[in-house]
Design a protein around this ligand. Sequence first.
Ligand code: GDP
Ligand code: IMO
Ligand code: MG
Length: 424
Amino acid sequence: MVNTAILGIQWGDEGKGKIVHMLSEHSDVVCRYQGGNNAGHTVITEGKKIVLHLIPSGIIKESKICIIGNGVVVNPYAFKEELEMLEQMDIDYKGRLFVSNRANLIMPYHIKLDGINEESRGIGTTKRGIGPAYTYKYARSGIRVCDLFEKEYLNRMIDLILKDVNPVLRSHGKEETEKRDIFNTIEEFKEILAPFITDTTILIHDLLNKGKTVLFEGAQGALLDIDFGTYPYVTSSNPTVGGIFTGLGIGPKAVKNIIGISKAYTTRVGAGPFPTELNNETGELIRKKGGEYGASTGRPRRCGWFDAVAARYGAMICGINSIAMTKFDILDKFKTIKVCTAYEIDGKVRKDFPANAAELERAKPIYEEYPGWDKTAGVNRYEDLPDNAKKYIKILEDMIGVDISIISNGPDEKQTIIRDSNLL
Ligand code: GDP
Ligand code: IMO
Ligand code: MG
């Protein structure tokens, strides 16, 4: 296997956790490079379900090195909870899990501010403090992992931060943040993170130089990207391919293969335009069959047909070489299956993905309808898939312009058809 990026090309929750877990068998290192514990990556292995938010999905397989890069925003309390979960599952992470000394921390006031912003904006964030943590990072008012040990710097920075934060908290009737509480939090953060803090940029370059194989585990998806997504209904980082380089400190040549993950239909959690959303029995059926409830927040996911315009755009901006398409089994037994091939916006047929969320809100999907199939669940060879499922795969490949090299027909890593053995 070559160094491979696994990126969502829709609105997140495409099944990245499953695919990363499966491919981690063939790699030495798994890195997260953006986002934070807004992610919820589900892995089903040996009948057990594990949801990871911050720690790379590679941690489940023994001896894989896992890196949380500088581009990730880290909430040490959430990190600790995940460590405890791993301990309960007898997964030994000691000596193979590393957190970047350059990563920005999610502070308790970021979480409070996320709640306040959410009340007025209704973006449907995960309320994990992600947006404010990145806002403070770019405003050069962040606290990074390496700053935890610099008392003087912290003293000065915290005074500046509180001048910003407390008037906002006060004006929303929330309890103000005290300097000594932040220092107490910092002491706790130091204790939690100390064994893991590393210059992960040096580490990853060392590993690459030694010829180790690396998997880059994206969080969220292309359509939630701060630059390319359905702004402002997006997350505050770059889940698209560029995030890997800034989020780890490596050059583009280190990534040899880019796999885009997509569901065989579409889901979205949180607010924002979603042209193929089905607010009817079919949408309800997909949600029920697909267990479409957020892995982080438990919120019901909005469900709809496959949107080829959006997926083609997601694939393009991530520069993917092939697609891993998940959840084929959920479309089993549908009499017919629809695919959105274009939008009608303000009376015009459009095949491009608009930059403006307001425009996308007005998009009416133009569908093509195809005959369904009986069963893909339980099939483990491409040849044995029902003809109509194979036709559906071919149609989507032609529409997106990229091969579907992995077909996932169940949540377990074994429920996967790999059409291109070079991926392993
Ligand atoms: P991620 O955020 O991209 O890692 O995806 P999530 O874990 O949030 O959501 C994907 C959900 O679909 C999880 O519950 C997975 O266990 C499940 N899943 C992944 N692939 C398949 C599949 O092919 N079929 C079925 N039935 N479930 C799948
Ligand atoms: P994974 O990695 C799906 C969505 C939120 C909200 C928007 C902004 O599991 O695919 P944020 O808390 O990031 O400020 O929220 O982004 N969102 C996700 N949706 N999967 C995710 O991650 C998501 N992470 C954030 O629902 O609409
Ligand atoms: Mg998820």
